[in-house]
Design a protein around this ligand. Structure first.
Ligand code: ADP
Ligand code: MG
Length: 559
């Protein structure tokens, strides 16, 4: 039987595609600029092997021009251009990518920087324009052609004039509708901010005629308007620069420019990974907790770039929850993107990057803890709680990563100590890591139970954050030392003789204890004698797994 080809109603297909793959209309500019950048790259790669072709950097740029009266936005480039045939194939066949073919043909050369691959980005122009004209002249040709389409109805191609090699795309911007503002794409400030957001690190200049005003010459209070061509994008991203060229201030400025936070970061990490997976990243550890940090509204994530083009604002898969305070960006050539380039296809590469990043953050924090204790304690004040949540939340799966980053107030000088510091100065006869949980250090110090432990010269960890004891319970033991609450029944200190003596006291005072117990109603389980107390007549203790303090937290939780 003869095989038939699929046919598609291209009109419908185009409409469907345009309106379903992109979540934001502003993306069209990213797509068109990316195409222009690819077109310039192609000349660059050709020049590498063609002696007759010289790549003079100054000749290559992308330019945006707005004509408000005629409602047009024009994006032109001095790239490789398209022949009549290429216009036909690349802009006339949906999902045909000349750039993808170029990459395949030139695989031996380093064609990595080329962005295009799916052959659909161009059509995103129809999200904001009802009419698109492309005028192009290909490298090595003296002829130019004009492609024109008013969207779904198809396109025309005819010969035209163009002075230089390159492509010029003119969009007739749609009229505003009740729920959609299209005219903003004719506003200079809006275009600028879209470029800054998505295309700031395109390697060629993106120029715009910017309206400014200046004081009139010879006059104090008169101003005149003038138009000036400016390059809008920064071009070289800071993360591609050498670390040795960059100062702390450069990183701080980047943090501010990117509005990662309004504080000054405590520390930054600049990663240039060149191994199994290639990526660059700049990460920041903020100083202050964002106002919504410990709420559901807070969204973790890093910016994700592919080849210098922003793909995602907040890629949450790059950060584990316990490091959700980290800000910054990742740029990688190795990502497989989905068709809208808004999401990732496979997450294998992403997982590798995430794992790598996680260990870099950990070691950075460890270094800070070791080399700059004051800074670390500042950091801990803001985000220590999150680390403890991290230990608790994953049932201890991450305790290896996190336990060495935890600090608790110690009974010794009331300073913050790590578990390692605690254990390393334990006297030989001390069996447990002792802790006391309660509202404040002042209260804990007055607790009758702490007296006996402190009397032995043992250090006690004062747990004053409600998450503390939960985290400790999950860690269970540190360097083979178990944690022990000072309010637990058996402290591992009392001599057997003491227990015997207590038992004797108990039987002697049986009636009294029974009376006390019934007097307190159901409030206590049992009243018994103890030899632990020194200057206090009485104390509360618990026998099970759940301490009195934990019970309080659990009872306060909404059920
Ligand atoms: P992609 O960029 O993923 O290939 P597009 O739909 O954005 O898909 O573009 C389709 C093709 O049209 C590109 O691969 C390229 O060959 C060609 N093209 C688009 N814009 C330009 C341009 N400004 N200069 C030269 N060629 C272009
Ligand atoms: Mg494209």
């Amino acid at each position: 039987m003869a095989k038939k080809e699929f046919r598609a109603e291209s009109k419908r297909l185009l409409e469907m595609m345009i309106n379903s793959i992109y979540t934001q209309k502003e993306i069209f500019l990213r797509e068109l600029i990316s195409n222009s950048s690819d077109a310039i790259d192609k000349i660059y790669y050709k020049a590498l092997t063609d002696d007759n072709l010289v790549f003079n950097k100054d000749d290559y740029y992308i330019k945006l021009a707005v004509d408000k009266e005629n409602r047009t936005l024009t994006i032109s480039d001095t790239g490789i251009g398209m022949t009549k045939e290429e216009l036909e194939n690349n802009l006339g066949i949906i999902a045909n990518s000349g750039s993808f073919a170029f990459k395949n043909e030139n695989e031996s050369k380093d064609g990595h920087n080329i962005i295009g691959q799916f052959g659909v980005g161009f059509y995103s122009a129809f999200m904001v324009a009802d009419d698109v004209t492309v005028i192009s002249r290909a490298l090595g040709s003296s002829e130019a052609y004009q492609w024109h389409s008013a969207g779904a109805d198809g396109y025309t191609i005819e010969a035209c004039e163009k002075d230089n090699v390159g492509t010029e795309i003119t969009l007739k911007i749609k009229q505003n509708t009740e729920d959609e503002n299209y005219e903003e794409y004719l506003e200079e400030y809006r275009l600028r901010s879209i470029i800054k957001k998505y295309s700031d690190f395109i390697r060629y200049p993106i120029k715009m005629d910017i309206q400014s005003s200046r004081p009139k010459e010879g006059s104090e209070d008169e101003f005149e308007n003038f138009v000036e061509e400016q390059t809008v994008n920064s071009m070289v991203p800071i993360w591609r620069k050498n670390k040795s060229e960059l100062t702390d201030e450069d990183y701080e400025n980047f943090y501010m420019e990117k509005r990662y936070g309004f504080d000054k970061p405590i520390s930054h990490i600049h990663i240039k990974a060149d191994g199994a997976i290639v990526y660059n990243a700049i990460l920041f550890i903020p100083e202050k907790t964002p106002f919504d940090y410990y709420t559901k509204e807070y969204e973790k994530g890093l910016e994700l770039y592919s080849n210098g083009v922003l793909i995602m604002d907040k890629c949450s898969d790059l950060l584990p929850d316990y490091f959700s305070f980290v800000k910054g960006m990742v740029d990688s050539e190795d990502l497989s993107l989905n068709i809208s380039r808004e999401m990732l296809q496979h997450d294998r590469q992403l997982k590798m990057i995430a794992k790598n990043i996680q260990s870099k953050i950990k070691s950075q924090l460890q270094t800070l803890l070791k080399d700059d204790r004051d800074k670390y304690e500042k950091f801990y004040e803001s985000f220590g709680r999150q680390l403890k949540f991290g230990v608790y939340n994953d049932y201890g799966m991450n305790k290896e990563v996190l336990q060495d980053l935890l600090l608790f107030t110690s009974s010794q000088e009331k300073k913050l100590v790590t578990l390692d510091e605690y254990v390393s100065r334990m006297p030989e006869d001390q069996k447990y890591i002792y802790y006391a949980a309660g509202e404040s250090v002042e209260r804990l110090e007055k607790l009758p139970q702490t007296e006996m432990v402190a009397d032995k010269g043992y250090e006690i960890l004062y747990l004053t954050d409600d998450i503390d004891e939960f985290a400790i319970k999950v860690i269970m033991n540190y360097k083979e030392k178990e944690f022990k609450s000072v309010s637990s029944g058996d402290l591992g200190i009392e001599a057997d003789a003491n227990d015997e003596a207590a038992k004797a006291d108990e039987s002697e005072n049986k009636d009294l204890f029974e009376y006390m117990s019934s007097f307190l109603g159901g409030k206590v389980k049992k009243v018994k004698a103890s030899k632990r107390l020194k200057s206090h007549p009485v104390c509360l203790s618990s026998e099970g797994e759940v301490s009195i303090e934990m019970e309080k937290v659990l009872n306060a939780m909404p059920s």
